[in-house]
Design a protein around this ligand. Structure first.
Ligand SMILES: [Zn+2]
Length: 343
């Protein structure tokens, strides 16, 4: 009797496992790029020279470390909106100056009003479905007379979003624009507690239920101590928490276009660093939106006045930006909207 029960259990277990693995295989097979050469054409517009220009600008001393609510940060937000305006990428109709005010009432005590900067490209087939590409624009300001330039944190992310926006805009001009809408969102108040993204997700400009996915970038221009011998990597965090499909979309994008090592070390539920909870994607995740966070890990200049533009690894920043662009491209053009379900 005992033996019989045990074998019945094993049978049930193996059937369940088989069905699961079949589902995963089906899912993986369903994710593919129809026309790789078209994607590559726009990937090639992402260049180290332009990324360098943007990182240098954002981290330059004139912005005084971009503290939320201070003049330097307001100025960098002006620079960001001028960038989109110059490319002809529009603001949301409800926010014609590209700014969503984030009032001081939702910010820590001593800070002034601030703003998120938002631009978007309307999708050609499913304009009411939105893919977000996000990066925080603020940093730590000036402390004890020293400017914190935040070239990696998050000049690298800001530059990456710029380059992706330009690539999508070129695709639009060629008649290859995204089928779904792409929102370029530069949030404020990250360093002081993820406030800009929290405010945005509580006061969304486009409906939360129409949000397909959020790709968040916070520090992708450097190499951490775990990867001194293999710098071609990026940490991928959170992609499988809400959508198994998103996890495999990132892998397919990587396999087809860049071949970085996708490091899932910090994706573990019990990771003591808790990075999943520590950048802006998390506020989207709390609304049930599939998110993925791209990150290079901490390094010796993290949150120090020495996080400068000359230390950024620009070829690597370009590769990581291409991975995120290829992921966004798939999500924007896939025949069906990404499913927020765990398999
Ligand atoms: Zn950051």
């Amino acid at each position: 009797m005992k033996v019989l029960v045990a074998s019945a259990l094993i049978l049930v277990g193996s059937c369940a496992t088989l069905r699961h693995s079949e589902k995963i295989e089906q899912l993986k097979e369903s994710i593919s790029y129809d026309n790789k050469s078209v994607v590559e054409k726009y990937l090639n517009t992402i260049t180290t020279d332009e990324l360098k220009l943007y990182v240098e600008e954002v981290s330059s001393e004139k912005y005084n470390g971009r503290m939320t609510g201070e003049e330097g940060h307001n100025e960098v937000c002006n620079y960001i909106r001028r960038y989109y305006d110059s490319l002809g990428i529009k603001p949301p109709k409800t926010h014609p100056d590209y700014f969503q005010k984030v009032p001081k009432s939702v910010l820590p005590d001593e800070l002034n009003d601030s703003q998120n900067v938002i631009a978007y490209i309307e999708g050609s087939e499913f304009p009411d479905e939105y893919i977000y590409i996000t990066a925080h624009s603020d940093h730590e300001g000036v402390k004890e007379g020293e400017i914190y330039p935040g070239a990696d944190d998050n000049g690298s992310g800001t530059a990456a979003v710029f380059e992706m926006a330009e690539a999508f805009k070129k695709a639009v001009e060629d008649g290859n624009g995204p089928k779904r809408s792409i929102v370029f969102l530069h949030v404020t108040g990250e360093e002081v507690g993820l406030h800009g993204s929290r405010y945005y997700t509580n006061n969304p400009i486009f409906p939360i239920e129409d949000t397909v996915s959020t790709l968040n970038i916070d520090m992708i221009g450097r190499v951490d101590s775990r990867h001194k011998d293999n710098e071609d990597y990026v940490y991928v965090i959170g992609a499988d928490r809400i959508s198994t499909e998103l996890h495999f979309v990132v892998q397919e994008a990587n396999y087809n276009f860049v071949n970085l090592e996708l490091d899932y070390e910090f994706n573990a539920e019990n990771d003591h660093n808790r990075y999943y909870y520590r950048s802006d994607h998390y506020n989207f995740a709390t609304k049930g939106i599939p998110v993925v966070f791209f990150f290079n890990g901490e390094h010796e200049d993290y949150t120090k006045p020495t996080d400068t533009a000359d230390k950024i690894n620009y070829p690597l920043l370009a590769k990581r930006t291409k991975l995120i662009f290829a992921t966004a491209w798939y999500l924007a053009n896939a025949p069906e909207r990404l499913k927020p379900e765990i398999i």
